[in-house]
Design a protein around this ligand. Structure first.
Ligand SMILES: [Zn+2]
Length: 449
């Protein structure tokens, strides 16, 4: 961790009075609902200011905490079904702008983080006491950052390299997904029907962490990682049988995911169907490979040639599975029926034959491993030391995010964020997650030809 004495000197000179009201420290007051106290801070540089700081200050808190449907708080509340949300750490919703004693060039996000925390400390705002997550928003025009947003894996830090006056949920939600311990969700193409023969290609389009935009929410393995599916909702399959799934998202009860052993990995099966603001364009049964219990690093299994994305014309169920076999672990899954909000799925373990059977969802023994909520997801050391953040290397020209509103192309997936908050690098994402405490980059996707 770099140190600098400049910070305190300049801040002592620059901060006249403590005017920020700190909210009571009741982060987890409401039953089991996690209310993540998030401190939103606008910072500027000695040589770069927001083009319209008042506009940023007026609009940004609403992106994080507002009641509008595309706010971060609304997104988390809906996806977690009321188990998790973000709340402002200060009454005003945002602190700043604070001018940091550093220049913008070089995109030194570690230094931005350090100096911001020093400035906050001067104002009486201390991490883990006054806030649990820290999101720093700064003007992009001189930073040279190759990303629109950055998040530590897991939390508690996010950086928003802001063009214009308003960040969108597509970027902010994605970065906060990283804070929950989620990597990028890629896609495994297994078009010959056997999971022993797959190639990594593209993104899942089933998650905000996989190019699906906010309208995809999170996928089943990510929901498990976040602790948002109970043991009866994410059933750990330990015997062959026939299972009935309800949709992954939406209110109500029932089994939302099957968590199947597959050698050292897991095979997670979900049924997606429109619910609330989610999954209007996702339908059918989908499966994910989870490497060695790393539920935050799953990849979609795609047996089709559909190349479904969140932006192309492929039908909602274009890449849904009908049958999956892994000859290595002798696991087979077959979809008996799918549609109208439910699916029936057969699972055969240990090389047993798939056969019609009675639904065993009710009799399957739920295991309690998934019942805990991931309240500590952002409480790791969280140091964003990740020099890997720049390992993406070749950033497309449009990766400089010079147009925050996006170009409206089919590759611009985020519905509201204006930036397709995804990196089509699943392997890199998984590696970064495995390393822990590092940062991942959000790049804008290269426009498809
Ligand atoms: Zn990312």
């Amino acid at each position: 961790m770099k140190t600098s004495a400049l910070g305190r000197i300049a801040l002592a000179a620059g901060v006249a009075a403590l005017t920020t009201g700190v909210l009571p420290t009741t982060a987890h007051a409401e039953g089991s609902k996690v209310e993540r106290k998030t401190l939103l801070v606008m910072v500027e540089f000695s040589d770069a200011s927001f083009l319209d700081a008042d506009a940023v200050k007026a609009s940004t808190p609403d992106t994080y905490f507002g009641t509008k449907k595309d706010s971060l708080a609304s997104f988390f509340t809906e996806v977690s079904r009321g188990q998790y949300t973000t709340v402002p750490a200060v009454e005003e919703g945002v602190v700043g702008p604070i001018t940091l004693p550093m220049t913008a060039a070089g995109c030194d996000y570690n230094q931005i983080n350090k100096l911001t925390q020093e400035a906050l400390s001067t104002r009486g705002l201390v991490r883990d006491e006054d806030y649990e997550s820290l999101s720093v928003v700064f003007p992009a025009q001189k930073t040279g950052c190759a990303w629109a947003g950055l998040g530590s894996v897991p939390g508690p830090y996010t950086w928003i390299n802001l063009h214009g006056t308003a960040g969108g949920l597509g970027v902010v939600g994605h970065e906060f997904g990283h804070n929950l311990g989620l990597g990028h969700q890629g896609r495994s193409m297994c078009t010959d029907g056997d999971l022993v023969d797959c190639t990594t290609d593209g993104t899942s389009a089933k998650s905000l962490m996989g190019g699906g935009g906010p309208a995809a929410g999170f996928s089943a393995p990510e929901m498990i990682r976040a602790g948002w599916l109970s043991g009866s909702e994410a059933v750990k399959v330990d015997a062959s049988g026939t299972y009935t799934l309800r949709s992954l998202h939406g209110e109500g009860s029932g089994t939302r995911a099957l968590d199947i052993p597959m050698g050292e990995d897991r095979l997670v099966v979900e049924y997606r169907h429109a619910a609330g603001t989610l999954d209007a364009d996702i339908e059918g049964v989908h499966a994910y490979r989870v490497p060695k219990d790393a539920y935050g690093s799953s990849s979609l299994i795609d047996m089709t040639e559909a190349n479904k994305t969140a932006g192309n014309d492929a039908s909602a169920d274009a890449d849904a599975i009908t049958a999956v076999t892994d000859t290595a672990s002798k696991v087979s899954v077959a979809v008996v029926s799918s549609g109208d909000g439910k699916a029936v799925v057969q699972v055969a373990l240990d090389g047993e034959k798939l056969s019609a059977g009675t639904a065993t969802t009710e009799t399957a023994t739920p295991h309690p491993e998934h019942t805990g909520t991931d309240t500590d997801a952002g409480d790791g050391n969280g140091e964003a030391d990740g020099t890997e953040a720049k390992s993406g290397g070749s950033v497309p020209a449009e990766g400089s995010a010079s147009t925050a509103s996006g170009n409206g192309s089919s590759a611009d997936l985020a519905a509201t964020g204006g930036s397709a908050a995804t990196v089509p690098l699943a392997a890199a994402g998984a590696a970064l997650v495995a390393a822990g405490g590092v940062a991942l980059v959000v790049m804008r996707r290269r426009k498809r030809a």
